[in-house]
Design a protein around this ligand. Sequence first.
Ligand code: HEM
Ligand code: HEM
Length: 183
Amino acid sequence: MNEKSTKYTFLAMILHWLIAILVIVNWRATEAAEHASKADGEKIMGNHFAFGVIILVLALAHLVVRFTSSRPPLASTLKPWEAMLARVTHVLLGLLVILLPLMGWTAMSLYGQPIDVFSVFTLPALPLSPDKDMAKSIFEAHGVVGSILVYLMFLHIAGTLKHTLLDRDGNLFRMLPFGKAKG
Ligand code: HEM
Ligand code: HEM
């Protein structure tokens, strides 16, 4: 098997790592906001909203790249149940990074609020009639889905570490432009 077919494209790698970093930042931001003063908490959550919008843009770009450019097949070193689990986890991760900001955007719109993205641009509110109760419920559900994403991310990291460190199949390097991965 040649080296190329064990690696994702450079663009897929860039998008993957940007999304991964921003998801971790956004998750930690919610924890920080919980322990901050009211004013600081609001500022931190403002950043959480703005990063959420950026994640949405990157995740949509990732979706386009996923369906338009070639992808390496999952490593043949994976047992059938591992390949199945990896596939399900990848699909869920890819969907949740789109669903979470959409839930946030919808809830903000039900409050009649646009989302300011670092004073660079403003995502307008969707044309929905205001409904604070519905907005609250969506944010609550968003919190639950956000936690599910964090658990899935840890499962995903555990899989990568298990394959890279224990099975020594170079799994991590499939997502990096250097290093060798087994086919
Ligand atoms: C929440 C953050 C993350 C998301 C949403 C995410 C999402 C994904 C998705 C959807 C894939 C499938 C490939 C694709 O469609 O482009 C993938 C592959 C991969 N991810 Fe992540 N990922 C995240 C964090 C991480 C982290 C922190 C690591 C480091 C341990 C990592 C390592 C990998 C590796 C090595 C692959 C290639 C797996 C293979 O094909 O065998 N990911 N990721
Ligand atoms: C992919 C992007 C996003 C991720 C990964 C994410 C993730 C999370 C996580 C992990 C939590 C904390 C859950 C908990 O511990 O209870 C949370 C809470 C929250 N997020 Fe996001 N979020 C994203 C986008 C957004 C956007 C775009 C908005 C608003 C426009 C938003 C608004 C909120 C609010 C208000 C909470 C507090 C909800 C509550 O617990 O009642 N998020 N988010």
